[in-house]
Design a protein around this ligand. Structure first.
Ligand code: HEM
Length: 497
């Protein structure tokens, strides 16, 4: 997800450097103190191994990497502010330093993993000591908000089990008509926009449509008739850009500076606006529930939902959470979280797919024929709603979307280790270090994707996929913390079609 952030919120080098200079002059001494403190704490950790014959972290200590700025809080962050952009910089670093290298960000040690097998080591790990989201993500996350995204250990396991239900195959089948309704509206709005024959930016429009789609599918409430979608999307944009600006302004990680900054005020206001919209969604849900008497399922001794007669509200997040006795605050936090992670990612992924297909008319033509064939088949298309199973027939379109996600992935994995992580025979990464896997780097590795800058949907033909390392392509990551909404994304095929 950091990738999407880097893509969505590019920052002016000039503005950052001038702010940086100002803050440096005022706070240099404070930072120096922090550095000294950080170093003395670190050296105590390393002391444990000094003098031992077998140093389990020997290979880790000799990993290569760019020299960090002497103040640990700044570390290597300045190198990301480059003309070519942070993603290309990471590609450059991978070429220079190879499969694993070290970085320092915001006073924390990082190891960047650039090969599928190294990525597999962290993604597939079932050690609860490897489940913690990166320290960076934890710091960026609003202090007042809890939930699946930020939980670790048993708390995460229990919440993940509850929240898996709205993403089951059965849930997707049940809410299939809703996707068509919302996609139909989106196409109508796009038609209206482009009726003047001019070029338009569709960013906001797509985000609002995705918000309405997600809120109806996840919460069972259609917000299309209100202005709430627009308010939520605007607030989300502010929240994301102001929060993630901190990556390039590390002094905003110092708590008291953050709390007096305009960035903090603006993110708080945006949060409150989003919560208000979500509260409305929740209130509407409760109202609808009374009318439809939807509380038809109960929880058995193993905490599974049973005895249900599915209707529009079944398998929604709200139903599931209410049934498991979550408090209103917990439910609101999860809903805001879900909309936060679902909205930008899905809209941007869809934009990229449409853009890449439009840039390659030869592929667009094949997709067009495939879509027409499926939609024109009366056995698959009933009253404008494509049979859920018929989605599988859009194979070429699916490959184009996969290739677009390969070239422009929005995902990355960051974990801060509570226990050591073994990468291979030699390399063990110690606790308190964060590991970082950037899908963009893996997806541009010519060993797995020859001529990586070429848009070639055939890379996803079954025979080619079979021959490739399963962790060479990880748009949604993999393993226990794999993207929960992954199955929902399949429906972007409908939108793209
Ligand atoms: C194209 C769109 C999307 C992309 C590329 C994407 C990507 C990702 C990635 C890479 C992660 C894992 C991050 C990590 O390993 O730390 C993730 C986690 C997650 N995603 Fe998505 N996502 C997308 C859409 C969605 C949607 C639509 C939803 C929900 C409706 C969703 C819900 C989640 C949740 C809840 C997690 C956290 C899972 C956990 O920690 O257990 N995502 N996503």
């Amino acid at each position: 997800m950091e990738t999407s952030i880097l893509l969505l919120y590019p920052t002016s080098v000039k503005v950052i450097l001038s702010e940086l200079l100002l803050v440096f002059t005022v706070f240099l001494s404070v930072l120096k103190l922090l550095q000294v403190f950080g170093k003395s704490r670190k050296s105590k950790e390393w002391d444990k191994f000094d003098g031992q014959n077998e140093d389990p972290y020997k290979a880790y200590k000799s990993l290569p990497g760019p020299r960090p700025f002497p103040i640990r809080l700044i570390g290597n962050i300045l190198m990301l502010v480059s003309k070519t952009g942070a993603l290309d910089k990471f590609l450059e670093l991978a070429k220079k330093y190879g499969p694993c290298y070290r970085l320092v960000f915001f006073g924390e040690d990082y190891v960047v993993l650039n090969t599928p097998s190294a990525a597999q080591a962290i993604m597939l790990s079932t050690d609860p000591g490897h489940f913690r989201r990166g320290a960076l993500q934890e710091r960026l996350w609003p202090e007042s908000m809890e939930g699946l995204l930020i939980y670790t250990g048993e708390k995460w396991k229990a919440r993940r089990k509850i929240l898996t239900r709205p993403f089951l195959y059965k849930a997707l089948q049940l809410h299939n008509p809703c996707f068509y309704k919302q996609c139909g509206r989106m196409i109508k709005e796009l038609d209206e926009h482009f009726s003047d024959g001019n070029i338009h930016v569709v960013d906001d429009l797509l985000k609002q449509c995705i918000f309405k789609m997600s809120s109806e599918i996840l919460m069972g409430v259609d917000l299309s008739e209100t202005e709430d979608g627009e308010i939520f999307c605007e607030s989300l944009e502010t929240f994301m850009s102001k929060s993630f600006d901190r990556i390039f302004r590390p002094w905003l990680f110092i708590k008291w500076i953050w709390h007096i900054s305009s960035h903090y005020r603006e993110t708080q206001q945006a949060m409150r606006r989003m919560e208000k919209v979500t509260q409305k969604v929740f209130a509407k849900y409760l109202e609808k529930m009374k009318q439809e008497s939807a509380m038809i399922s109960t929880v058995d001794s193993e905490n599974n939902l049973v005895e249900e007669v599915p209707n529009d509200l079944s398998y929604t997040m709200t139903e599931v959470m209410l049934r498991h006795g979550l408090t209103e605050k917990q439910i609101l936090d999860e809903i805001v979280t879900m909309l936060l992670v679902a909205n930008d990612t899905t809209a941007v992924a869809m934009e990229y797919a449409l853009f890449m297909i439009a840039c390659h008319p030869e592929h667009q033509e094949i997709c067009r024929q495939e879509v027409d064939a499926v939609f024109d088949d009366p056995s698959k298309n009933k009253n404008g709603v494509l049979d859920f199973e018929a989605l599988k027939d859009l194979k070429y379109l699916e490959r184009c979307i996969q290739e677009s996600q390969r070239m422009h992935p929005l995902g990355s994995t960051m974990r801060t280790l509570d226990t050591p992580l073994r990468i291979n025979e030699e390399l063990v990464i110690p606790p308190n270090v964060s590991v970082f896997v950037l899908a963009h780097v893996l997806h541009h590795n010519p060993d797995y994707f020859p001529n990586p800058q070429k848009f070639d949907p055939d890379r996803f033909l079954p025979e080619q996929v079979r021959e490739r390392h399963p962790y060479a392509y990880i748009p949604f990551t993999a393993g226990p913390r794999v993207c929960l909404g992954m199955a929902h994304i399949k429906h972007t095929r409908i939108g793209t079609a």
